[in-house]
Design a protein around this ligand. Structure first.
Ligand code: MSP
Length: 669
């Protein structure tokens, strides 16, 4: 049987959980559910990190003893997860005896192998990070994370010979391209490793300075450095050394972290594992930050988003959907309620909700609410065949993308089917078939729609478990037919015809009502493209739910007033080739491109709101149409010299491009 082991970081108990913690944990939950639904034996771990200076200080500020304080805050995390429908199998605390035992055993193992030595060290110690910085790592003499001056500390300590494993780690990362993913983080780790000799890691703290930690087994005057202790939670929870789970799940371990803790996970951890004689984990999946108004969330800035408030106000499943759909895993994303509302109205109320409402009520009207029998496939039209093919392809794409942590793209692949189904309703016009009394063909159309909707509902289970089960129940395939989590997704990309004709359906479906913003957004309330920030394609329909209405409605839009030819001739349209493209460093919906328009000065920089629809690497090499004489303007700090023409098709975005390649710079007329 295939297996899957997923972990979140164990969260510090110096603050209560916020959106950032909720995101990683919801991602882990979606992945765990996805693998269970694909038939994998799955284990999912989360927990809290409770030792070290930071925690002692936080407890002190609250006038509490560390143990009392960690019990309380750890409880906040533990209690939050069921409210977010998190299906973790275990919750580990680093203050538990089971963990202490493992940390001490592994320290002893590494000590005995000669990879831990005693030495004197002077370094710049940041209390916030709980680590020493070298001169080189400081920025203007300050800690790069906390922007405070670290304290110079000189003391005798124990060191882990990390440097000994540097070359092995470089080779391992090179030989396993998806060991650290997405690729940008793999490159970051490789360049860090290749930029110079890795320092050995100080793994102890003298008890004279800190007692809140796990005592070193070979020197009781010291406690363990919090990272050496914390990382080991991933093996403690598998009952190393004797537990059955260790043998079953360690070989398939995958971690989820944000980029803030890349180095400990991509450098300390694999080298520690090697020194202790373990295999390396399988994948480190690194994501970006949720930003609020372009800034990382933090308690001191007062911009912390409370996950429970969002889930209570907008519904837990829609909130989970938004988080997975909105952030391109690996990149930063902006959180705003405006974006949340726009996304929910466009994707859930308009696309998915309408589909269920329309199709269920038509089935009630035409077939008394019972699944009709389809014709033999030989009698199908091309429309039906195309729909079936779209369904199988979308499911296959979803499964492939979701499994390699490309959640937003996976959901987009599924939405191609959802939108395709809405189009299929319009194109095959069941109401006309009904009027014409063509029951055989009508049966095929409705059957195909319902079978595809069943596939959509099943695939949404990892993301929106409760809504998925409700949708399945409306389609007469409720969980009484077997829980989704025991392999129900496996095979869905290849099989057809699971929905049995004769099954009774719900008469209506009111799962995703439109949502409203509680209060009007402030002047700087929106964070995405729009107004001055929206060149061409960036006139993004997500900010305006109407724009995501079916294409047919959009096509009916009033034509613009007439213009003279001379007016049109003022626009200099050119074909250009995208030679470079990257995510805008400050705006998650914008992409910065270098476009070769055949000009002497070389490629020009154009910034466009395409990131929702294209990965930068997918744009490279494409020919596009550029408005070349548009006045340059700044988009989040980068000047855009022109704009790329694109057309919205429902929720998708298509680029305008010549039918055959042309020389860059050719004028469009
Ligand atoms: N205790 C360490 C981890 C030890 S793991 C062996 C730690 N804890 S933490 O409480 O600071 O959690 C950091 C993690 O919380 C990030 O890596 C990420 O998973 C999540 N996030 C916290 N803020 C976040 C955002 N603003 N955006 C996205 N995720 C963030 O580091």
């Amino acid at each position: 049987m295939q297996r899957f082991y997923i972990t979140t970081p164990i969260y510090y108990v110096n603050a209560k959980p916020h959106l950032g913690h909720a995101y990683t944990t919801i991602v882990a939950d979606a992945l765990a559910r996805f693998h269970r639904a694909m038939g994998f034996e799955t284990r999912f771990l989360t927990g809290t990190d409770e030792h070290g200076d930071k925690i002692v200080q936080a407890a002190g500020k609250n006038g509490e003893q560390p143990q009392e304080y960690t019990d309380r805050i750890s409880g906040l995390f533990r209690d939050l997860w069921p409210e977010l429908n998190i299906s973790n199998d275990d919750f580990i605390r680093t203050t538990e005896p089971r963990h202490k035992k493992v940390v001490q055993a592994i320290l002893q193992k590494v000590y005995d192998s000669g990879d831990i030595y005693f030495g004197e060290y002077g370094g710049h110690y940041c209390y916030g990070c709980e680590r020493f910085y070298t001169e080189k790592e400081l920025e203007d003499g300050l800690c790069p994370q906390h922007k405070v001056k670290p304290e110079f500390i000189q003391e005798k300590n124990y060191f882990f010979r990390m440097s000994r494993h540097q070359q092995w780690l470089i080779e391992h990362i090179k030989a396993n391209p998806d060991f650290v993913r997405p690729e940008r983080y793999r490159n970051e780790v490789l360049s860090l490793l290749e930029s110079g000799a890795l320092d050995d890691l100080c793994i102890s703290r003298p008890k004279t300075r800190l007692t809140w930690g796990i005592e070193l087994p070979f020197d009781t005057d010291y406690v363990t450095y919090v990272w050496f202790d914390a990382l080991l939670n991933y093996v403690t929870a598998l009952d190393w050394p004797d537990g059955e789970n260790f043998g079953k799940f360690w070989p398939v371990a995958q971690h989820l972290v944000a980029k803030d803790i890349l180095k400990p996970h991509a450098v300390f951890w694999p080298t520690m594992l090697r020194a202790a004689g373990f295999e390396p984990y399988r994948h480190l999946n690194v994501h970006g930050y949720w930003l609020v108004k372009d800034t990382k969330m933090s308690k001191s800035l007062g911009n912390v988003v409370e996950p429970l408030d969002m889930a209570r106000h907008y519904g837990l499943d829609p909130f989970r959907y938004f988080l997975l759909r909105e952030m391109h895993y690996g990149n930063d994303a902006s959180f705003s309620e405006e974006a949340l509302v726009a996304r929910l109205n466009a994707d859930l109320a308009n696309d998915l909700g309408n589909l269920f409402n329309r199709v269920l009520s038509m089935t009630r009207k035409y077939f008394g609410g019972v699944v009709p029998a389809p014709q033999d496939e030989a009698d199908w039209t091309d429309l039906d065949r195309d729909l079936k093919e779209l369904a199988l392809t979308s499911c296959a794409n979803f499964q492939q993308l979701f499994g390699c942590v490309r959640f937003s793209y996976g959901l987009e692949a599924l939405w191609e089917l959802v939108r395709g189904l809405n189009k299929h309703v319009d194109a095959s016009a069941p109401w006309t078939l009904f009027k014409q009394g063509d029951t055989a063909r009508l049966g095929t159309v409705m059957y195909c729609l319902l079978e595809c909707m069943r596939k959509v509902a099943l695939h949404l289970w990892p993301v929106m478990p409760e809504s998925s089960e409700k949708m399945l129940a409306q389609l007469g395939v409720g969980v009484e037919h077997g829980a989704v989590d025991s392999g129900r997704l496996a095979g869905e990309a290849e099989t057809w015809g699971v929905l049995a004709p004769g099954t009774a359906l719900s008469a209506t479906s009111q799962l995703f009502p439109r949502v409203e913003l509680e209060a009007a957004p402030g002047p700087d309330g929106t964070d995405g493209p729009g107004g001055a920030e929206a060149p061409a394609a960036a006139k993004d329909g997500r900010k305006d739910a109407k724009a995501a209405a079916p294409v047919e409605e959009a096509a009916k839009a009033e034509p613009a007033p007439e213009i003279e030819y001379e007016d049109f001739a003022k626009v200099d349209l050119r074909v250009g080739t995208v030679v470079a493209a990257e995510q805008h460093p400050k705006a998650d919906r914008l992409i910065r491109m270098d476009i070769d328009c055949g000009e002497e000065g070389g490629p020009r920089q154009v910034v466009g709101g395409l990131a929702e629809h294209f990965a930068p690497e997918d744009l490279i090499g494409r020919q596009v149409v550029v408005v070349a004489n548009l006045k340059p303007r700044k988009l989040r700090g980068l000047t855009s010299h022109g704009m790329v023409l694109a057309v919205r098709d429902g929720e998708a975005m298509r680029l305008l491009t010549p039918s055959e390649p042309v020389n860059p710079g050719r004028k469009v007329s």
